[in-house]
Design a protein around this ligand. Structure first.
Ligand code: SF4
Ligand code: SF4
Length: 656
């Protein structure tokens, strides 16, 4: 009955198998060779954590099934699990071309694992056909905005459907003659067998052979198509998840002294994990849906970065590589990113964007001296005055005037925490109020602390995030030297950008400190009874805006909310909160650039905050506070809403 029972059939099968296997091996090797040409990515540690992620995220499809995407997630999960379930069947099929009834040990038709497996296989094959139909309906009729219409997707869905249908049809045809399929009792075969009984025995034999060849051609053709399609993620998603980033917050360190070129100029300047990510992207569009730049009409769409790169990514390493970003990604796309990490948080395959985007910014800034004009002044001010506004360095400690806050230069060694106020805390009027409120809380709680005063300088975050790694390292090294000179062990920072740099980036330069965000310390002081609340907050409603560098980059979500609740306020959530919080528009150095295209991100966030009806918006970041306050003014809500830092709110409601 098998087509390979005849010599011509066997020869045709062998030729098909060899040709397609060789094609797949060649294409996959070319992809692998290109991957190997990428830059080093240190991801060979914490194997337990890495494999746990594979279990939950790859096999368990955890992020795929996240609450906002349950419908589409279930559809994908069933197709994926179905694929896994039929993998054994494919082995049996391919081996069966040579040896009739071929099966792996313990999976024969008489064994219970074999019998159970056929039930499972049939169940999943039917489920996959149903899910393919649902997916086709969504793409053709529902047309979700996050999905790009593509023939690739149509072809892939057709191939998946054809694989399942031909296998089920073979089972039906065989069962109609022999009462079993390949010796197995197939439930689906039994259901489908009556359909074949309208044919003669010869007719069923012919139908079986047609389905057999169709199945073989689909299976082996799919294999060849994999490396050149987005469905290569069948192969690459496991390594993408296994080698995912476990620590967030820092950018890759550049060796400025020994580098011949700076940033990402061509594909092979990217790390191998970035290249793997481009292979793995399924174009599901979840990153696009989460991106504040895309949502407000900027030219940036993270998904499209992957699509555009993949479209020109060569096979192998021979020939000229396209120059990135100029030939592939427009500069405006790169400058629109706020480095908020919403895309990376949303991606089911843990695909990384920020390092790639900043890598391309580094090329623009350090190789081409090409950056938004507004940054010229910012860079100049950072270089000359150590702050983005160009204010006098000697005035950096003025925020503390009249508060009796000691500076490290004259603190008598009895200091537990260094209070890091940052540029906004030192110079910005709103930021200064936060610095003063924080200092008042620390004093009230009896915390031994001191500030650096004029010895503090910008952490370098705005320079680093905009690609000016030279300037960043200069500023950061100066701070590390100062802190190490004072043998600082614990730092409390009131700006999430400073907090992130001190905690996650300064270790790259030899600065190792225990860093805590001021909202975290405040929450602990309240919980420990070191400060008492006066009850004034009772009945007040507040909504908390998550700063991206506090939340998504560093996982601090509960502390600011706890501090507000402990102060007696009723904390209500905006629709997008915590991991799914929506950026204010200031991160990634966007604070220092004009927002000329599309709707302003801060206005979009204020619109969302207004839907809660809360008159008070709490912030834990000086830049978020500026953006939100501007957004409140720009949307004409000055009389209905106001924004304050968590420290200001707590300080106003504590017993003094
Ligand atoms: S990067 Fe991730 S979230 Fe974005 S389209 Fe690709 S797979 Fe989907
Ligand atoms: S980091 Fe934020 S702004 Fe940048 S691409 Fe990702 S979601 Fe968009």
């Amino acid at each position: 009955m098998r087509p390979t029972d005849t010599l011509p059939g066997l020869i045709a099968y062998v030729v098909l198998l060899l040709a397609t296997s060789a094609t797949f091996a060649y294409l996959a090797y070319q992809r692998f060779a290109f991957l190997k040409a990428g830059q080093a990515t240190p991801r060979f540690d914490r194997w337990g954590e890495r494999w746990k992620g594979v279990l939950t995220q790859f096999l368990g499809q955890k992020r795929i099934l996240s609450p906002g995407y349950l419908g589409a997630g279930l559809m994908h999960a069933f197709i994926f699990w179905g694929f896994m379930a039929v993998a054994l069947n494919s082995l049996h099929f391919l081996g069966g071309g040579f040896v009739e009834g071929f099966h792996l040990p313990f999976f024969g038709p008489a064994s219970w694992p074999g019998r159970a497996y056929v039930w499972l296989r049939d169940l999943f094959e039917v489920a996959v056909v149903a899910m393919v139909l649902v997916a086709a309906y969504r793409r053709a009729v529902v047309k979700p905005k996050r999905l790009t219409p593509s023939w690739d997707a149509v072809l892939i869905l057709s191939l998946i459907g054809a694989l399942m249908v031909t296998d089920l049809a073979m089972a039906g045809a065989e069962t109609s003659i022999h009462g079993a399929a390949g010796g197995y009792v197939s439930p689906a075969g039994r259901v489908l067998a009556p359909l074949f009984q309208v044919l003669s025995v010869e007719g069923v034999e012919t139908a079986f052979q047609v389905f057999w060849w169709l199945h073989a051609a689909t299976l082996l053709g799919f294999l060849c198509y994999l490396p050149i399609s987005k469905h290569f993620h069948v192969v690459t998603s496991l390594p993408s998840i296994l080698f995912r980033r476990l620590d967030t917050g820092s950018l890759p360190m550049m060796d400025l002294e020994n580098s011949e070129k700076f940033g990402i100029t061509t594909f092979t300047d990217m790390r191998w994990k970035d290249i793997l990510d481009v292979y793995s992207c399924t174009e599901c569009g979840r990153c696009q849906a989460a991106c504040p730049a895309y949502a407000t009409g900027k030219p940036l769409n993270p998904k499209k970065i992957n699509e555009d790169m993949r479209a020109v990514m060569p096979l192998g390493t021979s020939g000229d590589l396209p120059v990135l970003p100029s030939q592939i990604i427009h500069d405006d796309v790169l400058w629109a990113c706020t480095t908020c990490r919403a895309c990376e948080q949303a991606c089911p395959l843990f695909i990384e964007f920020i390092d790639r985007i900043v890598g391309m910014r580094r090329k623009l800034v350090l190789e081409d001296s090409s950056f938004p004009a507004e940054l010229t002044n910012t860079y100049k001010n950072l270089e000359k005055a150590g702050n983005p506004w160009g204010q006098s360095p000697s005035a950096r400690g003025d925020w503390a005037n009249g508060l009796d806050v000691p500076f490290m230069s004259d603190a008598a060694g009895d200091v537990e925490y260094l209070l890091w106020v940052g540029c906004a805390g030192a110079y910005d009027d709103r930021g200064k109020k936060v610095a003063r409120a924080t200092a008042e809380i620390l004093k009230q709680a009896g915390v031994k602390f001191a500030a650096l005063g004029p010895e503090e300088t910008c952490t370098g975050d705005p320079a680093r995030r905009t690609g000016n790694e030279y300037l960043y390292q200069m500023l950061a090294q100066q701070n590390v030297d100062t802190l190490n000179n004072y043998k600082v062990k614990k730092v409390v920072a009131q700006c999430p950008h400073c907090f992130n740099a001190l905690l996650n980036e300064y270790p790259q330069l030899g600065g190792h400190y225990e860093v805590i965000h001021h909202t975290d310390l405040i929450a602990r002081l309240i919980a420990d009874g070191k400060i008492k609340m006066n009850g004034d907050g009772a009945g007040e409603t507040v909504t908390f805006h998550d700063s991206c560098y506090l939340g998504r980059h560093n996982g601090v979500y509960d502390a600011p909310r706890q501090a507000l609740s402990s102060a007696g306020l009723n904390v209500i959530e905006m629709p997008r909160n915590r991991e799914n919080g929506f950026c204010c528009g200031a991160g990634g150095g966007r604070m220092w650039m004009e927002e000329k295209i599309g709707m302003k991100v801060n206005k979009a966030r204020v619109d969302e905050a207004a839907t809660t009806g809360a008159p008070l918006v709490a912030s834990a970041c000086p830049f978020c506070m500026t953006m939100l306050a501007d957004g409140i003014n720009e949307t004409g809500r000055q009389d209905a809403m106001r924004v304050q830092d968590v420290a200001q709110i707590v300080a106003s409601k504590m017993v003094r």
